[in-house]
Design a protein around this ligand. Structure first.
Ligand SMILES: [Zn+2]
Length: 292
């Protein structure tokens, strides 16, 4: 069987749930799964290099029936080998490699190379993850703005011109259904960059109120949200764009999103301070509610 030569075309950035397409490759994936690679997909995969948004849930329908997709991961091939998820040995976009979405289904499926299939991502799962992801970006901007006066040196600015605490300190970001969990390392290099890490200790209640108030103000604007992209390939650059009255925010993003902040009724942030081998870690957990 031949391996794909170009990136998978992806339709989920525009909100698509379904795609009718052709199977290019089927390969064993270990753990009792096989990887199904198609020309196009509507299925959002998890990217092992920055695994913020989990994979969609859903099914692949084909002539012989329907199979559940157990997971979907970013994979890469140089024409010789196919590597899945964390086994991809090169940076995303490396020349000579095609980056593809591998839909993982149970072994024993009759899906074969050349089949016409219908891919369908579950709408409720997608919506909950899109809600969490939109809330995540908005909360990061709110946090940056609220923490702006704790910098003593110029810092790299965020998408709205605030000092970029999120960009400077982020260790991991996880999108969950209707929410997000971001972890920020308050380490020496952040202190040296001019951020007053000590001032956060014991001040989390004030921080929560201020971030919540900023989120409420932005949500009330009902600002339009969209994903802009340079092309339809998996690795083509995409950005989250939010047209806030304070300015249009643009953040590089490979995920899925709501169509406007008007779909949110509230985003509730919580902050805790933990410790990772002696380094203080600020954790921001957001819970988003949808307007009904
Ligand atoms: Zn994102």
């Amino acid at each position: 069987m031949t391996l794909p030569e170009r990136d998978t075309r992806v339709t989920y950035p525009d909100g698509a749930l379904g795609a009718t397409t052709r199977v290019l490759h089927v390969a064993p994936a270990g753990d009792g799964r096989v990887a199904v690679i198609t020309e196009t997909t509507s299925f959002h995969p998890v990217d092992a290099s920055w695994p913020d948004q989990p994979a969609d849930a859903g099914v692949i329908r084909f002539g012989g029936g329907e199979v559940p997709v157990r997971d979907a991961v970013v994979a890469a091939t140089d024409g010789e080998v196919l590597r899945l998820g964390a086994d991809v040995p090169v940076r995303t976009g490396t020349d000579g490699w095609a980056f593809v979405v591998a839909h993982l289904v149970d072994e024993g499926t009759a899906i074969a190379e050349g089949d016409e299939v219908e891919i369908e991502a579950d709408a409720a799962t997608r919506r909950a993850l899109s809600t969490g992801h939109t809330a995540c970006h908005l909360a990061a901007l709110a946090l940056n703005r609220v923490l702006a006066d704790r910098w003593s040196k110029p810092a790299r600015e965020d998408a709205l011109g605030s000092p970029g605490f999120d960009g400077a300190a982020i260790a991991s970001s996880r999108i969950v259904p209707n929410g997000s969990v971001d972890r920020y390392r308050l380490n020496k290099s952040l202190r040296r960059a001019g951020f007053d890490t000590a001032s956060l200790q014991g001040d989390l209640g004030t921080l929560r109120h201020a971030v919540a108030a900023q989120l409420e103000e932005w949500i009330a604007t009902g600002a339009v949200v969209r994903v802009e992209r340079d092309g339809d390939g998996l690795t083509d650059r995409r950005s989250w764009v939010c047209e806030l009255p304070d300015g249009t925010a643009r953040i590089p993003c490979g995920g899925t999103h709501l169509g406007s902040l008007g779909e949110l009724s509230r985003v509730t942030p919580e902050f805790t301070l933990t410790d990772d081998a002696g380094t203080p870690v600020l954790e921001m957990t957001n819970e988003a509610r949808i307007r009904h």
